[in-house]
Every structure is written in structure tokens, then in C-alpha cells.
Design a protein around this ligand. Structure first.
Ligand SMILES: [Zn+2]
Length: 449
């Protein structure tokens, strides 16, 4: 049973490197260091060609050597990635963004598998300190269940005002801000659920017509998010129809929660459905997922990350925070760049520090950007599929070495594309599919026009 452990081969340790080789290596290293510094300083000072261009000292020494970027701030030879790959023009938001995402200071959310309260609130831009206060003081909030509803209100600066958690229809916990802390109370008053179906026609645009028919902003938001991968709501035409089945829980005269059971949108001859399953997610009437998957990398093969996502990166000269809103991949010029998901090209042009860059909108909540490209292979307005070759990587704009700068935005906020939680597209199978299909029968019959 006892196996003898082989003793390490002592002979192997008997190699003998002459001392002069070590000295030789040291000499080369020292020489290299002396020569490197001034070279480096030269490169970090950027003289703008035109005065209207950002006049900050450039710090874009993206891998002069390919050995990773030093982010020291104590002056001198610090090499840092570009201060900002911020393109000159803003990505235009549309009306849906304004109505659904921005102007709403109250959000209702249904818990789905894998959610944590912290992640949800971060995704919705809630003040981090408030999230910390709430989740550390009330540990019970870690017990959110799939299908439960939470809702919250914020002020215009994203500070959390009230947070409510519906444990069951007659047990609602409320957390209200007082000073900079939160106070818990619970409401056990009778909540009366009401099943309703709301129908309407498109006369102007979906948001306006849905509002007119009696849907709240929250409900409209749930619908547009559920169908974001299947349907471009801006393309709906006059005469298209929608039908929505909901359970609204009334607390006296106030709407405390609503659950979207199913929605059908008829656009021309096509029908789009989103039906709620027991896991809290929406599927089409055959039980197929309504979300789509993303690639982590916009490249066919894995590449070395030369500079990571860093929202608090310090500028080497000014000491100011100069966020690095994306990830840099060290790839040689001409490497094919792939779209990480299905979407629509919203920008494809040359733009200052970003160089040749592309922005793709995926559904309603997701956007990706690809910068410093050598070549752009798509046009604005073009629909792309996951894996489509959209460009070739390069070294354009403010970049001193070939690399690809890649960003992922969720709800218009940059997040770390290597760690962000991304939608998974898995359809229902087995028992849960069976249960779902029988639910579809009863709900879809209510969604007739
Ligand atoms: Zn970068």
C-alpha cells in the first residue's frame, strides 16, 4: 500500500552557470533600464495637433513592450493605458431609454435565478453606499426567492429612498431611509390581487400607447425588457396591437405590485409572445428562451489582457481618476473582431481618441463598443449576428500599440465585460416545460384581439 516517494533527482541540481553569464545578463538589464526611461517619457507626452482636442498629457502607452502596463502614479516613467477611449460623440439614446430607464425613479423587479440584491441594485445604478447600508444591516435580504417582487425608489442622484420586499401577498417588508440609515417596518394589511388584461393599438408609439391604455412605466419596462431580443419596439407600426395579462396587487387604492403574466404583440402578420414561467423568467409560447447569449471575448481565440477594467484608475500626471471603461486585448493588427452578440450597429466611424470604432446595441439594456480598429466592416443601422466579423483590430486613434479596447455597457453604464453577469439563453425542458405549456394555453387564450 505504501508507495515509495521518489526522491528528487539530485544530479539535476548540479548544473553550473558561470558567474560571468549572470553578470552579463545583469549588465544587459541595467543598460536596458537606463535606455528605456527617456524613451518612455518621450512617448508619454502627447502634443495635440489641434487645440480643440483634449489637451491632457497623454498616457496611452499601450504595451510599448508587450509585457503588461505599469500603472504607477509616482511620476516619471509610468506607462499607463489611454486616459479615456471616450469617443467624441455620445451614443444617442432613444425615447424608450428616456421613458423606461431614466425618468423612472421607482423600479419594480421580479427575482430570477442567480440574482443577488447587491447585483440587482448595482445594475440599476443605485448608490453603492446605500446598497451597503441596506444589505449589511438587514441580513434577511439575502433570502430573496425566485418570483418574489422587490421595488424601490431613488432620488435623482440615485440615492435609495425606500425599498420594499414582498414576501407574500400579505407580508411586505419596507425599508425606509432615515438620515443615512434604513429603518425596517412591515405591512401586513390585506392585499387584494386583481387579474386584468389590457389591450391596445399602436397609434403613435408603443410607450405612449401603452401608457394611454393604463399600463404603468414599470409594467412597460418589464414588457420591453422581456421582448428586447425578439422585437425592436421602435419599429412597431400604426395598427399593430398589444395585449397584456397581469396580476396587480392592490393595497387599498394603491398598486403595490404587479406581475406580468404574459404579453402578445402583433406586428403586421407576426406575433411575439412573452409568457412568465415558474422560474420567474419569460419564454416564448414554445418554451424557448427570450434572451440571447453573449461571448465573453470579441475574438475567435483567447488573447492576453494588457489592461483590465478599472473604474478608479488614476491618471499618472494629474492624479485624477481616469477610468478605464473597458478591457484591452493584446492582439496584432488585422485580427478579426467579432460581435459578442446579436444586435444593431449604432456607430461605425472614425472618432478622435477611439480611432475607428464600432458600437453595437444588443436588445434594450446592452451595448458593446470596439475601438482602435484598423478596419470597420459594418455600417450604422446594420443588423449583426453573434460571431459576425465586424472589423479588424488595429492601432488607430490614441493608441501606441496594436490592441483592441472592448467595452460592455449595461443600462448605459460601463461594466467589467470579463466578470459581468450576462443573460443565458436556455429553453425549458422536461417537467418545467410541460408545466409551462399548460400555463401558455390558459394565458394565451386571454391575449386574443
Ligand atoms: Zn483601453
Amino acid at each position: 500500500m505504501a508507495r515509495q516517494i521518489k526522491s528528487p533527482d539530485i544530479e539535476k541540481n548540479n548544473f553550473n552557470i558561470p558567474y560571468f553569464s549572470i553578470l552579463g545578463v545583469l549588465f544587459i538589464v541595467i543598460l536596458f533600464t537606463i535606455l528605456w526611461r527617456p524613451l518612455n517619457l518621450d512617448r508619454t507626452v502627447y502634443v495635440p495637433l489641434t487645440p480643440q482636442v483634449e489637451t491632457t498629457v497623454n498616457d496611452n502607452s499601450h504595451s510599448i513592450d508587450d509585457d503588461g502596463i505599469v500603472e504607477i502614479v509616482n511620476g516619471k516613467a509610468a506607462t499607463v493605458t489611454e486616459s479615456s477611449d471616450v469617443p467624441e460623440d455620445e451614443i444617442v439614446k432613444d425615447e424608450l431609454d428616456d421613458i423606461v430607464d431614466d425618468k423612472d425613479n421607482s423600479v419594480q423587479y421580479t427575482i430570477v435565478r442567480g440574482d443577488t440584491l447587491h447585483d440587482i441594485l448595482i445594475r440599476y445604478n443605485v448608490n453603492r453606499n446605500d446598497i451597503y447600508q441596506l444589505t449589511t444591516k438587514f441580513k434577511q435580504l439575502a433570502n430573496l426567492r425566485i418570483g418574489q417582487q422587490i421595488s424601490w425608489t431613488t432620488d435623482d442622484n440615485h440615492n435609495l429612498q425606500t425599498f420594499s420586499w414582498t414576501i407574500s401577498s400579505n407580508n411586505i417588508r419596507i425599508y425606509e431611509k432615515s438620515g443615512d440609515k434604513f429603518v425596517e417596518s412591515s405591512e401586513t394589511a390585506e392585499v387584494v390581487p386583481q387579474d386584468i388584461v389590457i389591450k391596445g393599438d399602436i397609434k403613435t408609439n408603443f410607450v405612449a400607447d401603452a401608457r394611454k391604455s393604463g399600463l404603468t412605466s414599470n409594467e412597460i419596462g418589464i414588457i420591453t425588457r422581456a421582448l428586447q431580443w425578439r422585437l425592436d419596439f421602435r419599429r412597431l407600426q400604426v395598427g399593430d396591437k398589444f395585449s397584456v395579462a397581469l396580476t396587480r396587487e392592490m393595497h387599498g387604492k394603491n398598486l403595490s405590485n404587479s406581475q406580468l403574466l404574459g404579453v402578445r404583440i402583433k406586428s403586421g402578420t407576426k406575433d411575439y409572445y412573452a409568457i412568465l414561467a415558474d422560474d420567474g423568467k419569460y419564454y416564448d409560447i414554445s418554451g424557448n428562451s427570450l434572451s440571447q447569449s453573449f461571448f465573453r471575448y470579441p475574438l475567435a481565440t483567447k488573447a492576453r489582457v494588457s489592461s483590465g477594467f478599472n473604474p478608479r484608475r488614476l491618471h499618472p500626471v494629474t492624479g485624477q481618476i481616469a477610468p478605464h471603461n473597458g478591457v484591452d486585448f493584446a492582439v496584432s493588427r488585422g485580427t478579426p473582431v467579432l460581435s459578442v452578440g446579436n444586435g444593431e450597429v449604432v456607430i461605425a466611424k472614425y472618432s478622435g481618441s477611439a480611432g475607428n470604432y464600432i458600437a453595437i446595441r444588443h436588445g434594450r439594456q446592452y451595448m458593446t463598443t470596439y475601438m482602435h480598429l484598423d478596419k470597420i466592416l459594418v455600417k450604422p443601422g446594420q443588423q449583426v449576428k453573434q460571431g459576425d466579423k465586424i472589423g479588424l483590430s488595429g492601432n488607430t486613434g490614441r493608441s501606441t500599440g496594436p490592441h483592441l479596447h472592448f467595452e460592455l455597457h449595461i443600462n448605459n453604464k460601463p461594466v467589467n465585460p470579463l466578470t459581468a453577469s450576462l443573460p443565458i439563453s436556455e429553453g425549458l425542458t422536461g417537467k418545467s416545460k410541460k408545466a409551462f405549456l399548460s400555463k401558455v394555453k390558459s394565458i394565451s387564450s386571454q391575449l386574443n384581439f
